[in-house]
Design a protein around this ligand. Sequence first.
Ligand SMILES: [Zn+2]
Length: 304
Amino acid sequence: MSNPAHSKLDALWAYTGRFAPRVSLRLFSAGSCRHPEWVTIRGGSPRSVRIPALFAAIFHPDEGTILFDTGYAQRFFRETQPFPARLYRMATPVDFRPEQGAAAQLRASGIDPAGIPRIIVSHFHADHIAGLRDFPAAELLYEPEAFDCMRRLRGIAAVRKGYLSGLLPDDFAERAQPFAPESRIELPEGFLPEFPFRRATDVLGDGSLLAVDLPGHAYGQIGLLLRTERGPRLLCADAAWSAAAYRENRPPSALAGVIMPDRRAYAASFRRLRKLAAAFPELTVIASHCPEAERLYVKEGRSL
Ligand SMILES: [Zn+2]
């Protein structure tokens, strides 16, 4: 009988030359917002749909619990009270209850938020970083470009880019761990030709978590490749907004492009995602706002 944990993608982990332990993964939903469906997926209807903000807890055998993003948090409402940030809340009405926050949900599962050692940030949009302040001890790991393009933005320019600087912890500079040059793994031409990325980042240095570049929705956005006992997984952040979108080749509408800094890069990342999913059918891809992923892995509680 074939073992679902084995994948052609294992060659990638072997290439890192590291032990690359398997991790386990649990998905959570931390609030939601509403958009007309046609904004999020080509051919969508004009009706308003609920878009969940998912985040993941990664359980590493040696490194403890590591988060991938945080979803919304109560702090979002405080930050979007005054204008011009209030425009953000008006454009994407958010539905959130305090018990849905990442820290509250982890606490309810018996995990102390103060004991979370690391959070990997896919990109710096508010719906991904709103909960950072609730994790006072976590190092914050990210692609340098993802923050460099946001850090100086203030006022309306920041709001237009989906960035609210007040969501960052006051000691962000001390806890920030942008990916270092020595964590880069360049993949030679011809190596695993179906793999559509020529670079990966060994986030922890043990080969277990490999970041790949998925820019376009935001500069420097990353996805995270990892392996569980059940097979390989990719947390693809907002490179697609749902499994249906990349499966059926239905990228978001041109209007959604208004908030994207680089539509061409988005299209290229979207194509890479489709290529990856086609070449490695055993790979489960989880988009941060995917209603199907929320239904299967959060509401129905299926194992990931
Ligand atoms: Zn998002």
